[in-house]
Design a protein around this ligand. Sequence first.
Ligand code: NAI
Length: 358
Amino acid sequence: MKVLAVLYNGFKAAKAEPRLLGTVENELGLRSFLESRGHEYIVTSSKDGPNSDFQKHIADADILITTPFHPGYLTRDLMNKAKNLKVCVTAGVGSDHIDLNAAVDNKLQVLEVTGSNVVSVAEQVLMSMLVLVRNFVPANEMVRRGDWNVADIAQNAFDLEGKTIGTIGAGRIGQRVLSRLQPFNPKELLYYDYNALAPETEKALTARRVDDVKDLVSQCDVVTINAPLHEGTRGLINKDMLKHFKPGSWLVNTARGAICEAEDVAAAVRSGQLRGYAGDVWNVQPAPKDHPWRSMVNPLGGGNGMTPHYSGTTLDAQIRYAEGTKEILENYFDGKPQEPANVIVGVGKYESSSYGQR
Ligand code: NAI
């Protein structure tokens, strides 16, 4: 079989650090495994446009491996050209870069390494909240440029303790975020998810369910988004929704960039309607140099906690998603059943209930 992987370039770092498995250089550690079984393995970072390796090789690939960090966007049109393609494996979590409705129609399976990086992301969410609420970035920039003015930083620095914090989406990451927030003694923890948590889970997480997103954001000092990107979440946080946020609240989004309207969020930060926005996911990746989220700041010069998409690709996470990808491939080659939680789209239907209410 022909296995095509679209990964990100690691350059010097990947040569120096072999645990950077998710790079073109280190190939998810799959080459000898695949070749020993007689398969052809093509690995590339060239993914955009008709002349990209991705679009050329997809025409006769049997299996596609992608990551959300450097997504090969598999559109319905490309799927129609991919005559041999049977399985798409996401090395990581979040398969929205594959047109999932088209995958259902084309009887293409979409599998991911569920859970592989959920701790990594939950930790990033906590860090991002603290970075914003405590006004860390301007404080660090100040000392590094040789200045010292405590009041300039403290005028916009707060404690996380005593705040109302809510998550949109309370799946694997959302629940881990809630449990990690408990020791900070928040005023209240809230969540919105159409898949309600079991009463004992709500109790253990001391989290209260709110029926509606607007209701959630209007009560929160800090909002975090932990839901997949699908028809029901694309553009969810737009100009209208932002009007319902508490003035001066903070928003952390490590789920998917396209859940937020980029210009609307940037305008809200610049006006101070949002005191800050942090995340690592962008509506296009790599993000263009002039993307408004790179430069937006609040009226006091802070409130920007953006990073490149790396929260789910720590070295610890890379080992887990590389091993998980190998297991999925082994199951497929050997005709064994897949771990049910890894199946997002089975043959001709959604198996996951996380990608919208159907
Ligand atoms: P999960 O499937 O365990 O949980 C997702 C939850 O979101 C489900 O409970 C689902 O019902 C809920 N949901 C779906 N639509 C919703 C809506 N409209 N409103 C409220 N809740 C909704 O997924 P998990 O593992 O928690 O991951 C969530 C997402 O985080 C992934 O789909 C991916 O997009 C993102 N992610 C980002 C990473 C990064 O590196 N930044 C790494 C891993 C995941």
